[in-house]
Design a protein around this ligand. Structure first.
Ligand SMILES: Nc1ncnc2c1ncn2[C@@H]1O[C@H](COP(=O)(O)OP(=O)(O)OP(=O)(O)O)[C@@H](O)[C@H]1O
Length: 328
């Protein structure tokens, strides 16, 4: 029999259909439909106010939707269905560990909350502690632990009852680079060993890069859903970054004199161009010493893709500048 494992994408485990949630006359999530495949790590990427947390809260059963349903393993369920929650492990933005309990006790409490007890619970607690690399710290109270260790323990607690899906709201917010890398190494190892499906929210470009697929949200709507590499390849060219004393004036002149699509992003002028290196001498010639303080060239990142898709920078709630939005 031919091996089709590489070419056939895994079946969707969780399909969100037409999810809508309003707060008075503000539509926080606007008819969101999204499929999460068995065993994948899908990131909901968007700036502040995009609707990520609202989506998370509806899926976690903390908020009632105005419309929408899910299909879980092919079966249609109301978003309020408790059987959906039993299939989920949840990590909230804010730590929900009990600081006065040890790591082992926190995990045992998590197991008990999902009806797991006796030898089975003890086995799961020990194997989870080992999988997150904290087996020798299990009897310490977690109140004094670092943010990274606490996050790993929350990951273990979310998985202790063997859910099929883990939901995480901004799981690495506030973690430094080293703690972020360690958390993700453990997350991927746990995904592989437990076969769990992960849906997380993020507004970190570095976190988006390590997800299997990304659903890009803007103002409550899905604007793209693909792998990080496929999204990055949507931007064909290079990114030129120009620094100047008056970036707004420079961007205007670059647009008018050179006919390039220049915009101001976080105080610098950005130009996307197919052959970026060929533009450098043209720019230097057009804007002699004094006007330009630096010119640099790089490959696009997911933050650039996000800006192209939405006209907003990741981590900001306002458009990047008053210039016209990019072509979609
Ligand atoms: N409880 C609430 N009451 C009123 N408006 C709300 C409430 N929760 C969210 N909103 C609004 O809904 C929209 C989406 O917010 P949401 O928190 O889901 O976005 P987000 O992408 O998670 O942003 P952040 O990263 O800042 O959490 C925003 O305009 C927000 O102000």
């Amino acid at each position: 029999m031919p091996d089709t494992s590489v070419s056939t994408p895994p079946a969707p485990l969780l399909q969100i259909e037409g999810l809508t949630r309003r707060f008075k006359d503000r539509v926080a999530v606007d008819g969101l439909s999204l499929s999460v495949r068995q065993g994948e790590i899908l990131g909901l990427l968007g700036p502040n106010g995009a609707g990520k947390s609202t989506t998370f809260q509806v899926l976690a059963g903390l908020l009632a939707p105005d419309a929408g349903q899910v299909r879980f393993a092919g079966k249609v369920l109301a978003l309020s269905d408790p059987s959906l929650r039993r299939q989920m492990g949840i990590i909230f933005q804010r730590s929900s560990l009990d600081d006065l309990l040890t790591a082992r006790e926190n995990l045992m409490l998590g197991a008990r909350l999902y009806g797991l007890g006796g030898e089975r619970a003890r086995e799961r607690v020990e194997s989870m502690l080992a999988l997150i690399g904290l087996a020798d710290r299990g009897d310490e109270k977690v109140g004094t632990w670092s943010g990274g260790m606490r996050r790993r323990l929350e990951l273990a607690r979310a998985l202790v009852h063997q859910p099929r899906v883990v939901l995480m709201d901004e799981p690495t917010q506030g973690l430094d680079e080293a703690a972020f890398r360690t958390f993700w190494a453990h997350l991927k190892r746990l995904r592989d060993s437990e076969g769990v499906t992960v849906l997380l929210t993020t507004h970190r470009a570095d976190e988006a890069d390590v997800c299997d697929r990304l659903a890009v949200l803007d103002a409550g709507k899905l604007v793209a859903c693909d792998t990080p590499a496929a999204l990055a390849s949507r931007m064909g060219g290079d990114i030129l970054t120009l620094e100047a004393a008056d970036p707004e004036a420079l961007a205007r002149e670059v647009r008018e004199r050179l006919g390039l699509d220049a915009k101001v992003v976080e105080g610098r002028v950005q130009v996307e161009a197919a052959q970026g290196h060929a533009l450098v001498p043209r720019l230097v010639e057009a804007f002699p010493a004094g006007r330009l303080t630096s010119v640099s060239l790089r490959r696009p990142t997911l933050a650039d893709v996000f800006l192209q898709l939405t006209g907003r920078t990741l981590g900001a709630d306002k458009p990047a500048e008053p210039a016209p939005r990019r072509r979609q």
